[in-house]
Design a protein. Structure first.
Length: 417
């Protein structure tokens, strides 16, 4: 049953020396406060960075042609070559683990290459297959993306980036169905898009005009060379690294490149970059917990020291209680209860202040355009874990003082007096 007199006695004991209790409690307060703030800040940093790439298919690799570095089959080293559109079909047929594959063609960027009426600008011109929108998923502001019908029928349509729209159109004018001139040829605008990822291959999406790959190939007589890059995403249960060499080997075989020529095909494995980020954040979380638990432990040691002093000051009281028949469990429970209550109260205020500080920090940064810091909060589960650890530390902090209290005898209390 709940003994209110006993808890009042414990509270009176804790507040007997207010200044000493406050200083001791501050160590615990600071420990839990720092753990919460560091954990929340780590989460905010991770959320901010990962939010910039969450729309990008992480299990992706890019490939592009480089000069050969070795002679092979009569060809000298230093030979230039190009990935062909036929390679896309062969790769998709030969490697069933490929989920999405799309070449990306670049039409250059020069002054006034995109015109509408009296307005013009210099923007990136890119040709893609519809599958590329699954690899790098843009945010659709108006209209739609390029689809398979546009590709198959070689329609003269385009999607434009947000900045292209702002430069060529008034804010109240819908661009859907309007004509824009791109490198001398007119296209119908079918959508306005905005980049949802910080990964910008071939220039920013906001500054780009996107055409169907087949349309761009025919309109500008570009042939079947993929002179920019090839994007490949592996199936969900397969890492892109497991098929990366397979893709390179097929390309080398089809273009008479030496099998051990490691410089002929340039590439970038996005999955490896994501793995580096994940390992980095894992290390940050581990460091935060090491520092936070160390600070909490220091606070618990402070509580243990103050309880040792308290036991010393109450030698007579404890000795008399022992002489009157108080059981050891009663002495131990009182000392450990005082230690636990002091720790829990200080820890609770540290938790509340830590969460409040993170909310204030989030409010300050919410008006910033920088995306490096987002949703700097801790989960409810982490709060429960922190309080549980704090409770354990509070109980452990009372063990040594409680053990010393058990050794006090009535005759020693009389001598102490």
């Amino acid at each position: 049953m709940f003994d209110i007199d006993r808890w009042q006695e414990i509270w009176i004991t804790i507040t007997r020396n207010k200044m000493r209790s406050i200083l001791t409690a501050f160590g615990v307060f600071w420990g839990i406060f720092m753990l919460i703030v560091m954990s929340g800040s780590g989460n905010g940093l991770e959320n901010g960075i990962m939010s910039g790439v969450k729309s990008f298919a992480g299990n992706t690799a890019f490939f592009w042609p480089e000069q050969t570095s070795m002679p092979y089959k009569g060809f000298q080293k230093g030979r230039n070559w190009n990935i062909k559109i036929e390679d896309v079909k062969v790769l998709k047929t030969s490697i069933p683990e490929i989920k999405y594959i799309s070449p990306v063609r670049f039409g250059g960027r020069r002054d006034n290459n995109v015109i509408r009426g009296e307005r013009s600008g210099a923007f990136n011109i890119k040709g893609i297959m519809p599958e590329y929108n699954q690899i790098d998923q843009p945010r659709i502001l108006q209209g739609r993306n390029i689809n398979e019908i546009d590709m198959n029928e070689k329609r003269k349509v385009c999607t434009i980036g947000k900045r292209v729209y702002e430069e060529l159109f008034d804010a109240e004018v819908s661009p859907i169905g309007e004509l824009v001139q791109v490198n001398g040829i007119y296209y119908t605008v079918i959508g306005v898009i905005q980049s949802a990822s910080d990964i910008q291959m071939g220039g920013r999406t906001d500054d780009s005009v996107i055409l169907p790959y087949s349309t761009m190939e025919q309109a500008y007589n570009m042939g079947d060379d993929i002179h920019f890059f090839l994007a490949v995403t592996a199936s969900d249960k397969v890492k892109i690294g497991t098929i990366e060499e397979m893709i390179k080997n097929i390309l080398k075989k089809r273009h008479d490149i030496a099998p051990n020529d490691h410089k002929a095909i340039g590439g970038m494995n996005i999955e490896k970059q994501f793995s580096i980020f994940n390992n980095l954040f894992l290390g940050i979380r581990a460091l935060i917990w090491i520092v936070g638990l160390g600070t909490l432990l220091a606070g618990a040691i402070g509580v243990s020291n103050i309880m040792m002093v308290t036991v010393r000051e109450r030698t007579k009281e404890i000795g008399i209680r022992r002489a009157l028949g108080a059981k050891p469990i009663a002495i131990v429970s009182q000392i450990m209860s005082e230690s636990l209550i002091l720790t829990i109260i200080a820890g609770f205020f540290g938790l509340v202040c830590g969460v409040g500080f993170l909310s204030f920090l989030e409010m300050l940064l919410s008006n910033s355009d920088e995306a490096f810091f987002s949703n700097a909060q801790i989960s409810f589960g982490l709060s429960i874990i922190a309080l549980a650890i704090l409770s354990i530390f509070g109980l452990l902090a009372g063990l040594i003082p409680a053990g010393r209290a058990l050794k006090i005898k009535a005759i020693d209390a009389i001598r102490e007096e």
